[in-house]
Design a protein around this ligand. Structure first.
Ligand SMILES: [Zn+2]
Length: 479
């Protein structure tokens, strides 16, 4: 008998249709970056219906919002939500063929429709539990747009919207159930625009100044730089504008977009200065003009092992959701679309994380189309090789995150398979499970001051020598 588990489960299940409806509606909207009006409407509507006070348009973003429910004196717990999709990843639901609903349209390849709906389930259930049990405290649901390359939470952190919060909890849809204490890479995203002079490339090349040459020379310079930066740094670029389609015209403009990543924001800042110096050198060599334009940036995650362990404990109490024969058959159809190498990666990723002694368990889990097991708790001081704007939140308030199985085991983030399975029963079950785990963890934080203090002490220790400073210059606005 687990009173809290039963109470929270009942509260989430009582409104499951509401949460599933929001998941499916946001999936249908599939909006990207900061242009997420309809997705935000769906979530704000549900929160208003649940009695939350919704403040929309925070931090210069029309579809960023904070929904608050307060039940008197007590700690303030925040749930972080995301609801943005990925560009060009439109995909028919449940189809095991790569087939766009609308060619060129967007799709939920990172499961953020479930992320937002699961956080909604957590906020609503926690609010209902507080009312039923006359429990003091404040629940805040943070509607955070533009996670994918937009770093919405960094702008929100810059505006101070996480101040006064005692803890933040979040989750990410995933292909397994796992809570971990782990950092991520800080990231700067910067455009380098070069402006030159057009000229006939055969008749009067001496009159031209090639912006494309500048982009190429900058890339060559950065490729030489790689040997002289820390091993963990990652620098990648995309050619945004090559200056046109005509080889016989000296390209008068060209732009590249750089991502510069490293374990610490301070390291990224240092590498950025050197990349910018190379860009200036390329402009000098080619007689072009350089303009540096910020896209966005996010900080590394400051892990909080106390909160990550709490989420693991609650996930274990809730236990694996039921997987039916129908769910297994559904998932298997998607696993069949993977190459043998991709399938092998699912198993090896477990070994990479838990070591060879986990081989038997890993084999058993990898044989299941839906990995509903609760994986062992994982803690490391290394950073995962990716970036998230949760980092900016975690620099301001103790933050815990976990992954919950919503997709066939072996399928990966940002894939058409994740879009296709985003309205499946498996995804719905994972989303509801996440809501329950987050709400249970939040009840513990509201009722156990020692636990909250332990999380706060870890946060203070980890940030003692590294105070938050949003990397995005103050004049740069979200767009
Ligand atoms: Zn994501």
């Amino acid at each position: 008998m687990n009173g809290l588990k039963d109470a929270i489960s009942a509260l989430v299940e009582a409104k499951r249709d509401l949460f599933i409806g929001v998941n499916d509606k946001v999936w249908d909207c599939a909006e990207i970056r900061f242009a997420v009006a309809h997705s935000a409407d769906a979530i704000c509507g549900a929160l208003t219906g649940e009695g939350f006070q919704v403040e929309r348009g925070v931090a210069d973003m029309p579809h960023a919002f904070i929904a608050t429910f307060s039940n008197g004196k007590g700690p303030a717990i925040g749930f972080l939500s995301e609801y943005d999709a990925l560009a060009g990843l439109s995909q028919a639901a449940d189809s095991t063929q790569r087939r766009a609903v609308t060619e060129g349209a967007h799709g939920h390849g990172c499961g953020h429709q479930a992320l937002g709906a699961g956080a909604l389930a957590a906020a609503a259930a926690l609010k209902d539990y507080m009312k039923e049990n006359d429990l003091g405290g404040t629940v805040r649901y943070y509607g955070c747009p533009g996670e994918e390359s937009g770093s919405g939470k960094a702008y929100m952190a810059r505006a101070g919207v996480f101040n006064g919060l005692d803890a933040a909890l979040t989750w990410h849809p995933f292909a397994a159930n796992r809570s971990m204490s782990m950092s991520s890479l800080a990231n700067y995203q910067i455009y380098f625009h070069f402006k030159g002079l057009a000229a006939h490339a055969a008749a009067a090349p001496h009159l031209g100044r090639s912006a494309l040459d500048a982009v190429e020379l900058m890339n060559v310079g950065v490729n030489y730089l790689r040997e002289h930066v820390i091993q963990e740094a990652r620098i990648h670029y995309a050619l945004i504008d090559g200056g046109g389609h005509a080889p016989n015209v000296v390209q008068p403009q060209a732009t590249s977009l750089y991502f510069i990543r490293a374990p610490k924001t301070s390291q990224v800042a240092e590498i950025y200065e050197r990349v910018a110096g190379i860009a200036k050198g390329a402009a000098l060599m080619t007689g072009t003009e350089l303009t540096i334009e910020w896209d966005s940036a996010c900080a590394e995650v400051i892990p909080n092992e106390v909160l990550a362990r709490l989420l693991h404990e609650k996930m274990t109490e809730i236990g694996p959701f039921e997987v039916t024969a129908e769910d297994e058959a559904y998932a298997k159809r998607f696993i069949d679309t993977l190459s043998e190498r991709e399938k092998a990666r699912a198993y090896s990723s477990l070994i990479d994380m838990y070591g060879p002694s986990f081989a038997e368990e890993a084999k058993r889990i990898a044989a299941k189309p839906v990995a509903n097991d609760i994986l062992p708790f994982y803690s490391t001081e290394a950073a995962m090789p990716g970036s998230t704007d949760v980092g900016d939140v975690s620099f301001n308030v103790p933050t815990g995150q976990m992954g919950v199985a919503c997709f066939p085991f072996g399928t990966v983030e940002h894939s058409w398979q994740w879009v296709a399975a985003g309205r499946s029963k498996i995804c719905h079950k994972g989303m509801l499970m996440a809501g329950k785990v987050l709400a249970m963890a939040a009840v513990d934080l509201l009722t156990k001051p020692d636990l909250l203090e332990k999380a706060a002490a870890e946060f203070r220790a980890r940030t003692a020598d590294d105070k938050y400073r949003c990397a995005i210059p103050p004049e740069v606005k979200p767009r």
